[in-house]
Design a protein around this ligand. Structure first.
Ligand code: KIV
Ligand code: ZN
Length: 576
């Protein structure tokens, strides 16, 4: 039989519930956040954080805005103990931040945990023991009552030792570890027994933390468990319901969000989701989800790069490029249609913002939030590979180099970039895109230049005479037409006996002062085909004439034939 045998598993039992309200609720405000990066996150690392890494992480958490931070498991680790002491003795904990330490329900460990936080202005003593069926029966081999007694006895030790350190403003927290795998009635019985010991009041609440230690069911089942717990727990008004989800099924964030809809007040998690196995609930994502719904998340992730930097340095784990809100690629669009849509929406957003100011709402296709909110630039949004289209390429040329390609030029240019991307089998950098443009439309292999020109206008007719320099000779041409470019093309047609047609034309300056260079784009019709060219010069006429010559050069007309034609125009349309 195959080892891949689903019969080894069974479905998690759903909760029979008739008064389910959470599906109709929405999250209306940010929950209280508690970071467990320095405890749960740290316990899961291949190499636990060094003291300096812990400090960098702590400072980041404070700067981001956490008011509750679980700083370690001091009874289980000397490094954690020393770190907690360092925080307290060196006055590293701001007045509005409360540190939290985790302890098992054993007297010596609880006592050691109290030693660790001695002198703290405020602290949360977090007591836990495992309550699930599997843990009771197979790991501890104890009855329900015996497991409950562990929690109750632990709660008594916590209460009594706290009384001996009255200089600290204490809050108590209890976690029935593996709550989701614990019979709900039994979890309630244990939690009620613990709160009986701690006697919370509405002014001085106890935190009951309900962990999905291992994620075992769909998030709606967790929400049912939380709503049922909230409905049935004693002294609900004296209790802060906290959630602590892990991500084994990839739904840690969803479970926490539904849990908040089901009545929870507080969330424990880590930055970017580091933690045991598949990680803890990712607070960055959940907070940014709240932010993207127009609510203050009460955490500030505007410097996302710093968050990533510190997390990567401390955990030695790379942040996935597609990590929600934070990954390098999450605001990048490679697909042509996405780039086009983003481009259009960003242009409208810019206009709307000018008229409506900050009151206007973000409505940009494919971008759930404004990348600038988390310190990313629009430059990073449009990225080019073989899947990209004209809009993205045009966006980059405009943003990075000030080249405003008309649509017909975009259509012409895009396949050149696509071809390059296919050949290189890689992303195309902005520098490469600019170079491809230069090589395709400006720096032709056998260039022709306008060495000099003279233009005049009489009675609505433009007259132009010019000297064109090819690799082999100088050629004098002259012509007239409606506009200088028309005159120029007519002159060339006369010289070459050709039927080149000026199809489209566009120009702009490359800056906003008088010294700025000019850029011109033309599209010519030559023997039924379209050819584009571009030209750059210090004046707009020079740029346009160059663009025409470059388009002709690209058309396959043998430019040397120009130089072979008599150097002096025999039958000039105008004197030149
Ligand atoms: O995942 C868990 O159950 C825990 C508890 C100790 C809260 O980390
Ligand atoms: Zn955990």
């Amino acid at each position: 039989m195959s080892v891949f045998n689903h019969k080894k598993y069974r479905a998690f039992p759903t909760i029979v519930k008739t008064n389910r309200r959470w599906p109709d609720r929405v999250i209306e405000k940010a929950p209280d956040w508690c970071s467990v990066d320095l405890r749960d996150g740290n316990q899961a690392l291949i190499e636990p954080m060094s003291p300096s890494q812990k400090l960098a992480m702590f400072e980041l958490l404070v700067d981001v805005g956490f008011k509750q931070i679980e700083v370690g498991f001091p009874a289980a680790s000397q490094t954690d103990f020393d770190f907690v002491r360092q925080l307290i003795e060196h006055n590293r904990v701001p007045d509005d931040v409360t540190i939290q330490v985790l302890t098992q329900a054993r007297e010596a460990l609880i006592a050691r945990s109290f030693d660790a936080v001695k002198g703290a202005r405020s602290a949360i003593m977090h007591l836990y023991n495992s309550t699930s069926t599997v843990q009771r029966e197979q790991v501890f081999k104890k009855s329900c009552d015996e497991i409950k007694d562990i929690a109750v006895q632990g709660a008594k030790w916590v209460r009594d030792l706290a009384a001996k350190q009255p200089e600290t403003d204490w809050q108590f927290q209890y976690s029935p570890e593996s709550f989701t795998n614990t019979e709900l009635d039994y979890a309630l019985e244990v939690c009620n027994a613990v709160t009986d010991i701690w006697q919370p009041t509405p002014e001085h609440k106890v935190i009951l933390n309900l962990p999905a230690t291992v994620e075992v069911a769909t998030p709606n089942v967790y929400a049912d468990q939380i709503e049922t717990f909230c409905d049935r727990v004693n002294r609900r008004d004296c209790i802060t319901i906290s959630l602590h989800t892990h991500n084994d099924r990839g739904c840690g964030i969803a479970a926490a969000e539904l849990g908040v809809m089901a009545g929870a007040d507080r969330i424990e998690g880590t930055l970017l989701g580091n933690g045991e196995r598949t990680g803890n609930m990712d607070i960055v994502t959940m907070a940014m989800n709240i932010y993207s719904q127009g609510m203050d998340p009460k955490l500030d992730f505007s410097d996302m790069d710093r968050v990533i930097n510190v997390v990567e340095r401390c955990t030695q784990l790379a942040v996935h490029p597609r990590h929600p809100y934070a990954g390098e690629l999450v605001f990048a669009a490679f697909s042509g249609s996405h780039q086009d849509a983003i481009n259009k929406c960003l242009a409208i957003d810019e206009q709307t913002r000018e008229t409506e100011g900050d009151n206007c709402h973000w409505q940009v296709a494919y971008l759930p939030i404004d990348p600038q909110d988390v310190g990313r630039s629009y430059q990073e949004v449009i990225r080019i590979n073989s899947q990209s289209g004209k809009g993205g390429v045009a966006y980059i040329l405009e943003q990075d180099y000030g080249l405003i390609l008309p649509r017909w030029m975009q259509v012409d240019f895009s396949p050149h970039v696509q071809h390059f991307a296919e050949q290189s089998e890689a992303e195309v950098s902005t520098v490469e895109i600019r170079q491809i443009f230069q090589d395709t439309y400006i720096d032709l292999v056998e260039p022709m230049n306008v060495e000099s020109y003279q233009a005049s206008r009489t009675e609505g007719l433009d007259k132009l005479s010019a000297t064109i320099k090819t690799t082999e000779a100088r050629v004098h041409i002259a012509g007239e037409g409606k506009g200088i470019l028309d005159a120029f093309v007519n002159a060339i047609n006369f010289k070459l006996n050709s039927k080149i047609i000026l199809v489209d034309y566009s120009e702009h300056t490359l800056g906003d002062n008088q010294q700025s260079e000019a850029m011109a784009y033309v599209q010519l019709g030559v023997n039924g085909q379209r050819y584009c060219g571009a030209g750059c010069s210090e004046d707009i006429v020079g740029a346009s004439l160059r663009a025409v010559l470059n388009a002709i050069g690209r058309s396959g007309i043998d430019i040397k034939t120009i130089s072979k034609i008599n150097e002096v125009c025999k039958r000039p349309l105008v004197d030149g």
